[in-house]
Design a protein. Structure first.
Length: 186
């Protein structure tokens, strides 16, 4: 069913342009919104499990013990940073706030998770497939941008997503993961 002119015009007005959206553009933006919410809220729940023990999570002390058992120095700091990154970047991704940076944060977390599970094969329950899917989705969102239905479009900065922002953020996320692995993992 085609979009009505009033709906298209209203949506375009939210973007700050005079153009109308095609059904394909509208569908693409809804798809990005759904992907952002699925990945972002999944990560936010995982972060709250680490930080607060919510949703049957381990809590900060148990998560710190897990990091210690895997050879990370400063395990309490690692648990706190991982929990905060998952929670804040997850929520940012879900609402489309600083989307490339939120995706980069999730990339960094997932690269560390993959490194921890690397010898366990690809498939679940102990493999890397789940982490790889989240990593790929986060990188895809960082590169593609949040779509039109995002807080990023309300910020007083350039509203048009630039691929260069996404590439820079992804490089930053990968670099931060490498620094953590080299400096803090024994």
């Amino acid at each position: 069913m085609p979009l009505s002119t009033s709906t298209s015009t209203h949506t375009a007005a939210l973007r700050g342009t005079n153009s109308t959206l095609t059904p394909a553009q509208y569908g693409g933006d809804i798809g990005l919104l759904l992907l952002r919410c699925a990945v972002g809220l999944t990560m936010a729940v995982h972060g709250s499990q680490k930080l607060f023990g919510w949703f049957n999570g381990a809590g900060l002390d148990s998560t710190a013990g897990f990091f210690a058992s895997d050879g990370y120095s400063a395990p309490k700091t690692m648990a706190t940073v991982a929990g905060l990154t998952e929670t804040l970047c997850g929520l940012g991704l879900a609402i489309g706030l600083l989307t490339p940076l939120a995706g980069a944060g999730i990339l960094g977390i997932m690269l560390n998770a993959i490194a921890m599970k690397w010898g366990n094969g690809f498939f679940s329950p102990a493999g890397i497939e789940y982490e790889l899917v989240l990593l790929t989705a986060a990188v895809s969102l960082a590169l593609a941008g949040p779509g039109r239905f995002a807080v990023d479009h309300l910020l007083p900065v350039p509203r048009a997503h630039r691929l260069s922002h996404g590439i820079t953020a992804v490089a930053l996320g990968a670099l931060s993961a490498a620094v953590v692995l080299v400096a803090l993992h024994n």
